[in-house]
Each structure stands twice: as structure tokens, then as C-alpha cells.
Ligand binder design. Structure first.
Ligand code: FA5
Length: 343
């Protein structure tokens, strides 16, 4: 074939090609081992020498022209293929398919958040106190001297050099009162540690401390504050009662019970037929603790309370083994999704 014939024939064929595969076949027929342009180049050797340069140039111009056409066609076909694919792969955002769930907020954290919101709404600040504590803040400043029998009440994890894992968030009371002078209202939520281990006691658990110090604070203020909190978390019908107790850092001290949210006080499985559920320890801040923190106990009084978040969670979720809260079983978390805070 002459260059003119090739041009007339193949330019039209390239224009009409319908797929990338067809184009590849056509390119093989033009530039392949026995392609038309390859054959034409091979035939150069049979021409007289003086004709060779002009004929060679002609073939080369043809090769460049056809290659450019092939490239252009290839780009067009590629774009069309992508467009076809995009049109056939539309994303339907309305499909109602179950998502793979990875877990849920832990019930203790749900309760902690609800209570924190409640107290913050009532003017309390949230204070974060260290988990690794000194003997002074965990015991001595709270009126629990080294040889005081009250230390037997809490089996503490000592870690040497006068350091320990705090056994109660009450240490936060001292740390705050050293820094901030009254009037003050704070809660201190966090993990605490004790050498305790049975179905209702865990070596690691959560407490939330509450502290209010101001002029003319009385036991009635404590009762009002705790009644509000109990109604918020257990429901509007809830009543509270104080029972005398003993903590070295409060005087007087009380244990606080709430009327059973499940039976309203009639007696049921949840309250072990007593009608009451014990939820926390509290009292008026001991004068010695105020003085230890540089606050004049003749001028200021305070009340404090400490509740076990794990215990409140167990009550609300109606579970009787504290270990369920620590096993990290995602099925357990899902079962109580949104419930810990909703009751
Ligand atoms: C205290 O720890 C006092 N600091 C509370 C306090 C604060 C009293 C301020 C007065 C003023 P108690 O040892 O009773 O008190 O613990 C408080 C709560 O922590 C208990 O009611 C219980 O709900 C929870 N608790 C105690 N030990 C464990 C444990 N091993 N596992 C889970 N919860 C526990």
C-alpha cells in the first residue's frame, strides 16, 4: 500500500473505532510486526538511493500523524469508559443497611456524665485530682493519722515512698481547699483503688466526691442538695433518709439511703425487701480538715459527700455482679446503651 492509500483507509478506520480493544487491534495492524507502516518502511530498501530520503520522510510523517490520531482516540475512549462506569455505579445513600456497631458508651460513663451535668447545672465546678496520691492527701489531711484505726476501713494499695493509689476521691477535697478559698462548690469524679474483690466490690471503681464550703452551711443544706440529686437520678418520687455513721473527715457523718425507685418503698428484689437503697456516705466537713487546709472553721462550714458510681450504675441497670462492668464485653455495653442515664 502507498502512504496515500494507508492514510485514506486507516484514518477513517481509527475514527470509527468503538472500544479500546478495537483500537489496540488496529494499532497492531498498522505498527505491528507485519503492520502496514512496518511493511512500507521495510520496502524502502528496494527504492533507488536518491528516492529514499523523500520516501522515508513521507512514511515518517504518516507514522507521526497516525500515532497522534490513535492517542487522541485512545483518550476519548478512556474518558467515555470512565463516564460509563460512573453512571452505572451510582451511590444510593437511602439504602437502610445495618451499620457495624463498635460498642456503646459504658454505663458508668453515662451515669458519670448525667451526674456531672446535674451538679454543674447547680453551680459546682468539676475538679480532677490525681489517682497516684501521697499518704498526706489520702489520709493525714483528712484527719486519718498514721496510727488511726480508721485506716483499717480501707485496704489501700501502697506503692512505696509514702505514695499510694488513692482509696477515695476525698483527697480531692484537700487539694482543692488548699488552692481555692471559700465559697466553693465542687465535684471530683474519678477512679479509686482498694484491695477489695467480690461481687459488689472491685479493686478499681469510681467515686464522685462533692464538697460545698461557705458561711452558715448546715446539715439541712446537705440534705437539700442530696434530695435534689436523688430525685434527679432516681425519679421525682424519691425520698432520702440519713443514718448516723462515722468518717474521720466529717462530723457528724451519715450514710444516705434513697427510697427504692423500683417499688417506691414497698419492698422488692432491687431493695432486698427493705424499701431503701444505700447510695453514699456524707457529712459536715470536720473542723480539723478545714483547719488543715488553712480555712477558719469558726468562719466557714462545709458539707461533703462521696458516692460510688459503680454502685449507682449497678442499681440503675439492675445487675448484681460488679464484674460485668469491667469485662469489656461489647454485648453488655450494647444491652445498656442509653439506659444507664435514662432511668
Ligand atoms: C468513702 O469512700 C468516703 N470517702 C465517702 C465520703 C465522702 C464520706 C465525703 C463523707 C464525706 P465509703 O468507703 O463508704 O466512703 O465508699 C463510698 C462508696 O464507694 C460506697 O458507698 C460504695 O458505693 C463505693 N465503694 C466502696 N468500696 C467499693 C468497691 N471496692 N467497689 C465498688 N464500689 C465501692
Amino acid at each position: 500500500m502507498t502512504p496515500e492509500q494507508i492514510k485514506a483507509d486507516y484514518i477513517d478506520k481509527i475514527e470509527r473505532v468503538g472500544s479500546e480493544k478495537e483500537l489496540a487491534d488496529l494499532k497492531a495492524a498498522i505498527f505491528g510486526k507485519s503492520g502496514v507502516i512496518t511493511e512500507l518502511t521495510r520496502s524502502l530498501k528496494d527504492l533507488p538511493n536518491e528516492e529514499k530520503p523523500a520516501a522515508g520522510k513521507k512514511i515518517n510523517d504518516l507514522r507521526v500523524e497516525i500515532l497522534a490520531l490513535c492517542d487522541k482516540k485512545e483518550a476519548e475512549l478512556h474518558r467515555a469508559a470512565i463516564e460509563r462506569q460512573l453512571n452505572s455505579e451510582t451511590l444510593d445513600l437511602s439504602i437502610d443497611k445495618p451499620f457495624r456497631t463498635v460498642g456503646a458508651i459504658h454505663p458508668i460513663n453515662q451515669i458519670k456524665k448525667r451526674l456531672t451535668d446535674y451538679f454543674v447545672g447547680n453551680g459546682y465546678i468539676v475538679y480532677d485530682s490525681p489517682e497516684i496520691e501521697t499518704d498526706y492527701y489520702n489520709f493525714q489531711a483528712l484527719n486519718i493519722p498514721p496510727d488511726h484505726p480508721a485506716r483499717d476501713m480501707q485496704d489501700t494499695f501502697f506503692i512505696g515512698d509514702g505514695m499510694l493509689l488513692r482509696s477515695q476521691t476525698s483527697s480531692g477535697q484537700v487539694r482543692l481547699m488548699e488552692k481555692v478559698k471559700p465559697p466553693l462548690k465542687m465535684i471530683c469524679p474519678g477512679r479509686v483503688f482498694r484491695a477489695d474483690d467480690d461481687s459488689t466490690h472491685s479493686p478499681v471503681f469510681h467515686q464522685m466526691e462533692g464538697l460545698v464550703v461557705d458561711k452558715n452551711v448546715t446539715l439541712c443544706d446537705l440534705k437539700g442538695a442530696l434530695e435534689g440529686f436523688a430525685k434527679f437520678i432516681f425519679g421525682g418520687q424519691t425520698r432520702i433518709r440519713f443514718r448516723p455513721s462515722y468518717f474521720p473527715f466529717t462530723e457528724p457523718s451519715v450514710e444516705v439511703d434513697v427510697s427504692c425507685f423500683n417499688c417506691g418503698g414497698e419492698g422488692c428484689r432491687v431493695c432486698k425487701n427493705t424499701g431503701w437503697i444505700e447510695i453514699l456516705g456524707a457529712g459536715m466537713v470536720n473542723r480539723k480538715v478545714l483547719a488543715n487546709c488553712g480555712i477558719d472553721p469558726d468562719e466557714y462550714q462545709g458539707f461533703a459527700f462521696g458516692l460510688g458510681l459503680d454502685r449507682i450504675t449497678m442499681i440503675l441497670c439492675e445487675i448484681n455482679d460488679i464484674k460485668l462492668l469491667w469485662e469489656n464485653d461489647v454485648r453488655f455495653l450494647r444491652a445498656f446503651r442509653g439506659q444507664g442515664g435514662d432511668k
